[in-house]
Structure formats: structure tokens, C-alpha cells
Design a protein around this ligand. Structure first.
Ligand code: NAI
Length: 342
């Protein structure tokens, strides 16, 4: 394909706007041709800054634009399954933000749709695989630098400053709960690094800082312990009350060494010395921490279309991570050990 890949994006919210700006200005061989949002103000604000030929408030109308090659989905999670299937059926290459759907059944429907359109590129937004540090860790594991990996420990903590926003959202919408909403990237990384699927899980947690979490049957902080089929272990801590900021940390312990990523989630090289001591600011959110990864995954999507190949991250990765996320949720809710597979 010699011409530029023409992309239409749906969703111009917190993450969609970042993706749209990448598509409009930072990815070679790509043209952002269409934007779609139900909020007209978001469309006009974007058009003030970027020259985009087509704009829509209706997704189905955007799909009728046969000038487009690909659809980029950054709408709320409840729309993903339907929007992915419609875009594939209309003949487009598709990138979708995680998750594939809110329910495991939806994720499985998406997998069937992707598999019935093998000539169209499908990519899921598991962007951590494209983060330089996480990608380097994978290379080191494959290279045998830590021997055989035996345990992965993951922290996924959202800033306490976002807790009110989250509670307001979760009281009005089904979020999937702590493990599906927050740990899904960690669950995918664990499968990727350990090279195995989960066998059983035990998850616990509670409302701790805010009892409202108990009222909506969710957890403010939770922990899950997973045994994988190859007898390796995973420990996943997720939370919504991190005082110091957005904290994504991973450790992989092997038979000959270990790797840690993001142990101190420092925002940059600055150390401020003052009456509080030596102060390092931490990341305040996903946009800042994973800026490079969001750009790199988008570049990979466009490369895949131009080169007629599929990305390494597959729809099955989305389904299996969702399956494990649901098992964590079930274990947390029932207080039982849950078998993910026999
Ligand atoms: P948001 O609520 O900030 O934005 C949603 C956007 O979709 C808005 O522009 C809204 O107007 C638009 N929209 C809503 N319904 C629509 C419809 N029926 N048709 C067309 N447009 C519609 O959401 P946010 O936080 O940007 O999240 C979007 C997705 O990205 C979610 O599925 C979320 O799970 C995922 N996400 C992924 C992250 C990652 O690290 N990979 C981080 C944050 C979010």
C-alpha cells in the first residue's frame, strides 16, 4: 500500500483525544480523515486545532465513508464489542482500546468476528507491550537474562485524586470492577512474560478508604494470587487510592535474577531539595506514563496495515486476559478459590 492510511476515530475523550492527535500529527503514512463523538463541542474543539475533512456524531454514518481504510475505537468500553464487529463487517482494519467488551461473552463474539475477517488488521490497545521498558523486559526474559521466570508481581494503582470521579462513574455505570478495569494490562503482561495461561486464582479486597466501594460491591484496593498452568505465580495488587500518584510497577523474578520496572514512578529527572527533603514528583496519570507507548502502538497498527500483517498482540490475548479478570472478580465476590481452567 503506497498511499497514506486514512483513519476515522470514534471517541475524543481523555484517551481518544491523545490517540487522535497522534494520528493527526505524529504517525508517518497516516492521515486522520474522520472524527466521531456524541459531544459536538469535542468535535469543534478538535477541528479548531487540526484539519480533519470529515466529522460525525453518529458512528454508523462514519462507517458509510468508504474513503476510510481503518477505524480507531476509543469510545467507552460498553460500545467496543458492537463497534468492532460493525467496523470489521464494513471492511475496515480496526484498532480498539481495551477491553474487547464488558463481558466475557462479548470478548468471545469479537474474537469470532476477527477470525472471520483474517485479511483485515485487528489490534487491541494493550499498549504496555509497546512501552520501551516493558518491551526491553520481554527481550531480556526471552534472552534468558533472569533464567526461567517463576513469579510476577504487579502493582496497578490509580491516584487518590481520581477516586471521586471513579465513584461517580461506577455508581451510574458497570465498570467491570477493580480487577477487570484496573488489572487487565497486568494480567496480559503476566501471560506474556510467563508464557502460560492462568489455572486458578484467589482474590481478596475491600472498601478500606471509602465504604462506598462496598456498597457497589467493588474494591478500593484488592489483591489476586494466580497459579499459571506451567506452575509459575502471579501476584496482582490493584488500587484506587495511591497518595503519591499513578503507580504502575512490575517485578519478574527468575531462577537467575529479577527485573523491576517502575519501582519509583518518577515523572522526570528532577529532584527538588527543600524543607520536605529530596522530593521527586510521580506520574499523575496514564497519559503521562504511557505517552510513548500510545504512540508506538499506533505506529505499529499503521505499519501492519501497510505491510499486510497482523500485530503480535492478538484478539485471543484480549479474551484470555478478560477470562482471568472475570475469574479474579468471581473469587473476590464469592471468597472462593476459582479454577480458570481444569
Ligand atoms: P471518555 O469517557 O473520556 O471518552 C469517551 C468518548 O467517547 C467521548 O468523546 C464521548 O463523547 C464518546 N462517545 C461516547 N459514546 C459514544 C457513541 N455512542 N458514539 C460515538 N462516541 C461516543 O473515555 P476514556 O477515558 O477516554 O476511555 C475510552 C476507552 O479507553 C475506554 O474503553 C477505556 O477502557 C479505554 N482506556 C484505556 C486506557 C489504556 O491505558 N489503554 C486508559 C484509559 C482508558
Amino acid at each position: 500500500m503506497a498511499k497514506k492510511v486514512k483513519v476515522g476515530i470514534v471517541g475524543l475523550g481523555r484517551l481518544g483525544r491523545q490517540h487522535a492527535e497522534n494520528l493527526a500529527s505524529r504517525v508517518p503514512n497516516c492521515e486522520l480523515s474522520a472524527i466521531c463523538s456524541v459531544v459536538e463541542d469535542e468535535i469543534s474543539a478538535f477541528k479548531e486545532k487540526w484539519d480533519v475533512p470529515f466529522s460525525y456524531t453518529n458512528y454508523d454514518e462514519m462507517l458509510r465513508n468508504k474513503d476510510l481504510d481503518a477505524i480507531f475505537i476509543a469510545s467507552p468500553s460498553g460500545f467496543h464489542c458492537d463497534q468492532i464487529i460493525k467496523a470489521l463487517d464494513a471492511g475496515f482494519h480496526v484498532f480498539s482500546e481495551k477491553p474487547l467488551g464488558l463481558y466475557l461473552e462479548e470478548a468471545e463474539q469479537v474474537m469470532a468476528a476477527v477470525e472471520s475477517h483474517p485479511d483485515q488488521v485487528f489490534m487491541l490497545g494493550f499498549m504496555r507491550r509497546y512501552d520501551r521498558s516493558y518491551a526491553d523486559a520481554k527481550r531480556k526474559i526471552v534472552n534468558g537474562d533472569i533464567g526461567e521466570p517463576i513469579l510476577i508481581r504487579c502493582y496497578g494503582l490509580d491516584p487518590a485524586s481520581q477516586m471521586d470521579n471513579f465513584l461517580a462513574f461506577a455508581k451510574a455505570n458497570y465498570s467491570g470492577g477493580l480487577f477487570l478495569d484496573m488489572s487487565i494490562h497486568d494480567l496480559d503482561l503476566a501471560r506474556w512474560y510467563m508464557g502460560s495461561e492462568a489455572q486458578e486464582v484467589w482474590a481478596i479486597g475491600g472498601g478500606y478508604a471509602r465504604q462506598e466501594f462496598d456498597e457497589i460491591k467493588d474494591a478500593e484496593t484488592g489483591a489476586a494470587m494466580v497459579r499459571f498452568e506451567n506452575n509459575t505465580m502471579g501476584i496482582f495488587v490493584a488500587g484506587r487510592n495511591s497518595a503519591h500518584g499513578y503507580h504502575i510497577e512490575t517485578e519478574i523474578i527468575g531462577t537467575k535474577g529479577s527485573i523491576r520496572i517502575g519501582t519509583v514512578p518518577e515523572r522526570n529527572q528532577i529532584v527538588l531539595f527543600n524543607e520536605n527533603g529530596a522530593v521527586k514528583k510521580c506520574y499523575d496519570g496514564f497519559l503521562e506514563r504511557f505517552e510513548q507507548a500510545y504512540l508506538s502502538e499506533t505506529e505499529e497498527f499503521i505499519h501492519c496495515i501497510m505491510e499486510g500483517r497482523q500485530p503480535e498482540v492478538t484478539v485471543r490475548d484480549g479474551v484470555e486476559s478478560t477470562r482471568l479478570g472475570y475469574a479474579c472478580k468471581q473469587s473476590f465476590e464469592t471468597r472462593q478459590l476459582v479454577k480458570v481452567r481444569e
